[in-house]
Design a protein around this ligand. Structure first.
Ligand code: FE2
Ligand code: FE2
Length: 186
């Protein structure tokens, strides 16, 4: 198996883990009204910085090669790029709903968040399932050794923000920058 496909499948596993984690927090919010809000925010933040900026672009690279190799092949996965754009806009809306939950934990905001979160989780899971069922096997069938070599080189340009030792530092730096900016403005 190519390095690219191993990376993509591993990323699906970590995304699925985070979806399960988010789902548990949504269940808690529904049942007790006391989820770990900070954890929810971090999960949503992760989705914005990781699948959106690192995982989907890698898949788009694979998809472009597949389009060239499998001309005439009619697969639903050829709409993936548009689906990634759609998921990105939906994620943006969901992160706003999450921000609302943080600033106004009223019953109405809570139920809006619960609905949005459940639908987000379901869409993401469905997206992963479809990719693993149709897109990945088609890529493995049609792409050549040469394609995989080029893709392996290209995907090495991307790093998972929470799978690298620099991750925590990156967020810490951002937070320090933000604090400096706040004290300068005060
Ligand atoms: Fe995807
Ligand atoms: Fe994916």
């Amino acid at each position: 198996m190519s390095q690219t496909m191993t990376v993509l499948r591993n990323e699906h596993r970590s995304i699925s883990f985070l979806l399960d984690l988010l789902e548990r927090q949504v269940d808690l919010l529904e049942k007790t009204g006391e989820p770990d809000l900070q954890l929810i925010v971090e999960i949503v933040d992760y989705f914005r910085s990781f699948p959106d900026m690192h995982h989907h672009p890698k898949e788009d690279l694979v998809l472009r090669r597949l389009r060239e190799r499998a001309q005439g092949l009619d697969g639903e996965f050829f709409g993936l790029e548009e689906e990634h754009d759609k998921l990105s806009s939906e994620l943006h809306a969901f992160s706003r709903t999450t921000a609302d939950l943080m600033t106004d934990p009223s019953p109405m905001t809570r139920s809006t968040f619960i609905l949005a979160a459940r639908s987000f989780i379901e869409r993401e899971r469905h997206h992963i399932d479809m990719e693993e069922k149709y897109f990945f096997p088609a890529a493995e069938r049609w792409l050549t050794e040469e394609d995989w070599d080029a893709l392996d080189d290209a995907i090495n340009q991307f790093a998972d923000p929470i799978a690298t030792p620099q991750a925590l530092q990156r967020f810490q730096n951002l937070s320090e920058q933000f604090q400096k900016w706040q004290s300068a403005a005060a």
